[in-house]
Design a protein around this ligand. Sequence first.
Ligand code: SF4
Length: 382
Amino acid sequence: MKNLFIYTFGCKINQYESQIIREKYCLKDFVYVDNFEQADVIIINSCSVTAHADKQCEQIIKKFHAKNEEARIILTGCFAKVSKDKILQKFPFIEILMKEEILKDTEQEIKNFDNHSRAFIKIQDGCNSFCSYCIVPYARNIMWSKPVDKIIEEINNLTNTGYSEIVLTGIHIGKYDKGISYLLSQIYTNINKPFRIRLSSIEVNEITDDLINIMKEEKERFCHHLHIPLQSASDKVLKDMNRKYLSKDFLDKMILLKQNFPDISITTDVICGFPTETDEDFDITYKFLKDNEFARLHVFPFSPRQGTKAYLLKQVYKNGQSKIRTDKLLNLSKELEQSYFNKFAGTVRKAVSLRGNKALTDNYLTIENIEKHSGIFEVEVK
Ligand code: SF4
């Protein structure tokens, strides 16, 4: 038997797909090892969401090859897909395999998820929204949705083996072919167990009344948390980004969600330093984020990706501004996070165990120094 090692960059989808690859190859042909220096085959599951992600991947290829020259190094994932020729020129020793060649049977399911109490499952792949800054639609252009019965089977198996929180992930889960609300209703009707579902991320215009109604009906089994990418609150920048909403639409949806779920945690993504973002646009975004009690921000400095429309846009602000804006938003995120946490201090919430004596509440608060529990348990926020 040969030794296999997998290194994963990027999003939850990549983590999920690495687990599928691990389970598939380790069924009969390989033994999984935790040290790349002992591996006969190294698979690098790459990401290409930013130029920094590409650079990190190149560094790891160099390191693995320098320290384990004998190993076959196979590169898969988004970086492999969008930069194949460049990579082969730079690293002639590497083999490139597209994800679809490895994961031929896309309906596969996982049995384990790295020993957390939470398991991510992939329900959908692909995006055709073409936000002007995003390389993903070029790397993952095939739209695919996992059949409802397969998802129910996968959740059933994972909950039977002790996973209490299932995170539904995808590249663009609002594009699930049968509708995310229909999927949720089928899951809740067919699985009658104490477990809970969290959505990894959903676009604001895909939060429908049906979805809100299901969240209300299943308030014990649906986490009071939504991650809704805002990206900018300037309508001009949103238009340049090819995002299909105005900041007012976003605000209206937030108000509606908070009316229905006063404790809901709303987290978001923001891009700083988009080429057409003026100081005034940035101030609009900053104010919007500060005024509307987001629970946490994921802040991304703009990264020009060749092949996207935004790559060709002229930058309207001085060099160095993007970093200043990013730092400002990172500080704001800390303030918002603390203020959301303080609102719940002393209350009791439902949680699942995380690694390292931590617990994660339904409304996405991490509580430290908590003994490991199985299942969903009550925890005081402190
Ligand atoms: S919705 Fe936009 S940001 Fe998200 S993956 Fe699709 S193109 Fe990229």
